[in-house]
Design a protein around this ligand. Structure first.
Ligand SMILES: *Cc1c(COP(=O)(O)O)cnc(C)c1O
Length: 459
């Protein structure tokens, strides 16, 4: 079993949480139409819905927020974010935006047009949504190891570069608009991408003249995995590894709500292409606001400039990934299936294996998430067919190759005993797994349905 890595901080502010009864939770879930996004956070005991924007700020970040310059144009916070991005990523140009999907909304129309293919190791849900909205086609080419949840492979987030080159040859390079490398690969289980794979992908892209961008939400966790697992990187710093990783791309979009540990924020980085940067600035103004604030308050920019560094601190990363590994260790001991090894930000339970009697059309990942809420007030979400949605052309339910229930771990928020409770709840659910029934959707919107769809349990 994995030992718990003690927190490299002490706690200065606390926020109470409340346990409810099973009856209350069953009722709340019914009232929310069996959609966990519809539950009030006051009715959640341990909230593992997402690691996005749910982290705890440090005292340095709070102090920075007091210094925030709220000027409309030319605020100091912009300069500080720009300096941090130049230092950590070695990118010349930076555009703040209010969150990751805003970065996608601004950057993608400059690189993708209708009918083009957009190839990724795996598209995150909002990323897929923005590709769809432009009338382009998202294609996922993750390595096949990612689909085998039982076996250890150090870089299950990698792009399958053999398939990538074959796909480009068949589709024709002019038919491919963009390559997006998601680091870490969220939808494959928070699995890292190796430096060798990033280099290989970039080499193929350059050969065919296709731009590469990085979906950079978890840049620091990915760098930590490279340092731990890839030959030649043990003695390099997280920032050195990050700089090399980003040298293989033209631009990045980032949800700063993940590794940059802010409650709200996002970034677009452009390595050195001034023309692309000018296009980005041009679209930022109508969508997000003037270029030096990009949809953020001046205090948010200060917290972001500090968080970009805090996310790369080695002691923090050891504790952070250690927490996820600790939870994985508890689950392994209890025989609960999950994507192995655990990812950087979450444990992805293998719902297909946990609930083998529930077909993808009845959403096993979502079903297990509902059970965890009823069992112990733990909130988490589906990363599987329920999230994937319907084929935009045929309207048919897409079949995800993996059916996950994601336990995402907020940064610097929960402690060891919370994880013990999560493991115990899953052990209890496992005992009655064969009696659990799936779900049916009664209403859904056209894109990103999992946030607002209504469901009902099957009899
Ligand atoms: C969270 C996330 C996004 C979207 O960012 P938001 O800040 O939630 O808009 C995009 N890509 C990945 C990989 C993410 O994890």
């Amino acid at each position: 079993m994995t030992n718990y890595v003690a927190e490299p901080f002490k706690i200065k502010t606390v926020e109470p949480i409340r346990m409810t009864t099973r009856e209350e939770r069953s009722e709340k879930l019914r009232e929310a139409n069996y959609n966990l996004f519809g539950i009030d956070s006051d009715d959640v005991y341990i909230d593992l819905l997402t690691d996005s924007g749910t982290g705890a700020l440090s005292d340095a970040q709070w102090a920075g927020m007091m210094r925030g310059d709220e000027s409309y144009a030319g605020a100091r916070g912009f300069k500080r974010v720009e300096a941090a991005v130049r230092d950590i990523f070695n990118y010349k140009y930076v555009q703040p935006v209010h969150q990751g999907r805003a970065a996608e909304q601004v950057l993608f129309p400059t690189l993708l047009t209708q009918g083009k293919k957009c190839i990724s190791n795996m598209h995150f849900d909002t990323t897929r949504g923005h590709v769809d909205l432009l009338g382009a086609k998202p294609v996922d080419l993750v390595v096949s190891e990612a689909k085998d949840t039982r076996n250890f492979s150090p870089f299950k987030g990698n792009m399958d570069t053999v398939k990538l080159e074959r796909y480009i040859e068949e589709a024709g390079a002019e038919g491919v608009g963009l390559i997006i490398m998601t680091i870490t690969n969220n939808s494959a289980g928070g699995q890292p991408v190796s430096m060798a794979n990033m280099r290989g992908t970039s080499r193929i892209a350059r050969k065919y003249g296709i731009p590469v961008i990085i979906d950079a939400a978890r840049y620091a966790e990915n760098a930590h995995f490279i340092k731990m697992r890839e030959e030649g990187y043990a003695d390099k710093s997280i920032i050195e590894i990050t700089r090399e990783m980003f040298s293989y791309a033209e631009a990045f979009t980032m949800s700063a709500k993940k590794d940059a540990i802010v409650n709200m924020g996002g970034l677009i980085g452009v390595r050195d292409d001034q023309e692309l940067y000018e296009k980005v600035r041009g679209l930022t103004i109508p969508y997000e606001g003037f270029v030096t604030y990009g949809g953020l308050a001046g205090r948010d920019l200060e917290a972001l400039a500090i968080g970009l560094y805090e996310g790369t601190e080695p002691d923090y990363l050891r504790y952070r990934i250690g927490q996820v590994e600790y939870l994985g260790g508890l689950l392994a001991k209890k025989g609960i299936p999950f994507q192995y090894p655990v990812g950087g930000h979450a444990v992805f339970l293998d719902a297909k294996e946990f609930l083998p009697h529930i077909p993808y059309t009845e959403f096993p990942g979502h079903t297990l998430a509902c059970e965890l809420y009823i069992e112990a007030g733990i909130r988490c979400c589906d990363i599987g067919s329920y999230m994937m949605g319907n084929d935009p052309e045929t309207g048919e339910q897409l079949k995800s190759e993996m059916e996950f229930t994601r336990l995402a771990i907020p940064r610097r928020v929960y402690t060891q005993s919370h994880f013990d409770i999560v493991a115990l709840a899953l052990e209890n659910i496992k005992k009655r797994a064969s009696e659990i029934k799936g779900y049916r959707i009664t209403w859904e919107p056209p894109v990103l349905r999992h946030f607002t769809a209504k469901l009902e349990p099957l009899k």
